[in-house]
Write a protein that binds this ligand. Sequence first.
Ligand SMILES: [Zn+2]
Length: 291
Amino acid sequence: MRKAIGAVDIGGTRTRVGIFRDGRLVARTSFATKGLPEVVEALRRLLVRGKAEPVAIGVGAPAPLDMRRGVILNCPNLPHWNGVAVVEELSREFGCEVYLANDATTAAIGELEFGHRARDFVYITWSTGIGGGIVSGGRVVWGMEGQAGEVGHMVIHPQGPHCRCGKRGCLEAIASGTGIARAARELFARRLTAATVVGRARDGDPTARRIVARACEAMGQGIGILWEIFEPEMIVLGGGLTRSWDYLGPMVLSAAREFARTPPRVELTPLGDDVGLYGASALHRHIEYFA
Ligand SMILES: [Zn+2]
């Protein structure tokens, strides 16, 4: 049996599972997010096929988490995972160490070890929600309970739209895929995905343009603020909305420059949709403290 590391990235819509050997992703699969049994089965299948046994498993999952107990807490987008003791269940199933962390922090670890490998950066997931992870001097900033880096809940406009966290005008409420879709529902009086709204803006629809410009300005403001606080080498973005970076990027960057004294350097992760999977494979090297 060959030694391998199992990696799991649980997303709001898709779950990715992979096997790493010698720091290389050797097998992967992805499926619509369900619950723990599907993850166990996928991991098992990849391990059998690779004639491998896991020495560690890393799991990235949307907050909120109890990192000390390795439990996914009440997460509105993941009904199958509410209260699931991921670390305990997977340890019992596979007989190895298991590590659980916030998905955006996990993605930041992927960037740190396999992406641009900057030592000082802030990683931002710009997707259905907005999450973040901070790396300073090559080390992950975890905070007291491992929940640091929630950049999506920076308040950008105190009178802005209500956020699911209970506050108003959070970056996530304005600029996330959900925020864009909600603004579209109010202004177009129909359901449109964020990708459709961006497409319409590209085609010149003035209402869509207004919604998208507002989202990009908010994202730029957030980036400018983070740039001033952390003086990072770069801000790294990933997530579904960055697929439209050719269109959104110039708007984001021009807003970011208004909120920072020097122009922020913004890069997209070269790892694409697998950034969280890469990070999960390296979690064991970064969260000893919470294990
Ligand atoms: Zn919020």
